[in-house]
Design a protein around this ligand. Structure first.
Ligand code: PEP
Ligand code: MN
Length: 347
């Protein structure tokens, strides 16, 4: 980023202002400009600089990921893509049968949950493990969601069933193991549907943001990021949840940041504490795995919540509505109005 000043005499003041916000800059053009090599400059900082009378103009000299970062353009209208009443995406790890997903949909809908997840093409560590029921299951998931006016969310992998699965789903998901696969991201983006982009197991923020650029560039109308736990040296259970990703993504990107506490914890007693923490940190929503009979789940049984726990959590979130950190409701699956309000300084 190159900040051109109206008067070279102002460069020490602006340089000092940047230092106080954690940005080193180099004085160039005989003091007439300041050069920042760090591309991760939050929009608030850019706005404040543009508003300073000493700043003549700001040029992007670095390769800023413009599509995902906050823009001046305002929210993209996305019609029905909203979290509605509850910021929860719930459902089983895998769609195990038509009846099972109907049962889960009916139950989740009765709690006011409007987003139904269900894996149909599973990426498993062990090749002998249950791999999902494929395109047919994606159709069951969609039918079950439609029956209650819910939105169906399922992962699209690089399998031959990807076209049929994405045809059936309202919202596509790119799993953590595929986040780095740029050709896959382009393919998923070309389906033209909103995409939830899981963070790779050890992906840097830059790799994650740039993966979203691939999706948006290829035609995805919208993305939501999802932190799902990172690979760390000594995980207490399955992964280590990086909650700092929540404020970071809220600052850097116009798109929602979700958290998946189920895959992070890998252990059902830890799921709800992490979900609460995620919402308290400002996550726009949480993705939680639940199952009518967790002990019998064909994948991720240990982390699945039973219906009772799911109901308790939904009730807890509903009762806290209005007191929880903004925004926990009315979140469109798009650059959020909140960001635009923030940008205008009208918090
Ligand atoms: C999932 O959500 O079904 C899943 C496999 O998650 P992840 O890609 O984060 O491991
Ligand atoms: Mn799972």
């Amino acid at each position: 980023m190159l900040i051109t000043l109206v008067d070279a005499a102002e460069s020490p003041r602006i340089k000092g202002w940047l230092v106080r916000r954690g940005f080193e800059s180099k004085v160039v053009q005989r003091g007439q400009a300041l050069l920042l090599s760090d591309p991760w400059v939050p929009w608030e900082v850019r706005d404040a600089l543009s508003a300073d009378p000493a700043v003549a103009c700001i040029d992007e000299t670095t390769d800023t990921p413009r599509r995902v970062m906050r823009q001046d353009s305002g929210p993209i209208a996305m019609g029905p893509w909203s979290f509605g009443a509850l910021p929860i995406i719930a459902g089983p790890c895998a769609v195990e049968s038509r009846d099972m997903i109907r049962e889960v949909a009916e139950f989740c809908a009765s709690l006011g949950i409007q987003w139904l997840r269900g894996g149909t093409d599973k990426t498993r560590t062990r090749c002998e493990a249950f791999q999902g029921l494929g395109a047919e299951a994606a159709v069951w998931l969609r039918e079950a969601a439609d029956a209650h006016g819910m939105l169906s969310v399922t992962e699209v992998t690089d399998s031959p069933a990807a076209d049929a699965i994405s045809d059936a789903a309202h919202v596509l998901m790119v799993g953590a193991r595929h986040m780095h696969a740029s050709r896959h991201l382009q393919r998923v983006g070309r389906f033209g549907k909103p995409v939830i982009l899981k963070r790779g197991l050890s992906a840097s923020p830059e790799e994650w943001l740039r993966a979203a650029e691939y999706l948006l560039d290829a035609g995805a109308p919208s993305v939501a990021f999802c932190e799902r736990g990172a690979r760390a040296a000594h995980p207490l259970k399955r992964f280590t949840l990086d909650l700092a990703a929540v404020p970071f993504m809220r600052e850097m990107s116009a798109y929602p940041i979700l958290v998946d506490p189920s895959h992070a914890a890998g252990y059902s007693p830890y799921v709800l504490p992490l979900a609460r923490a995620a919402l308290a940190a400002g996550a726009h929503g949480v993705i939680i795995e639940c199952h009518p009979n967790p002990a019998a789940a064909r994948s991720d049984a240990i982390q699945a919540l039973d219906f009772e726990a799911m109901a308790q959590f939904a009730a807890e979130i509903t009762s806290k509505k209005g007191t929880a950190p903004p925004p926990v409701s009315d979140i469109s699956f798009a650059p959020t109005a909140t960001h635009v309000v923030d940008k205008a300084g009208q918090r």
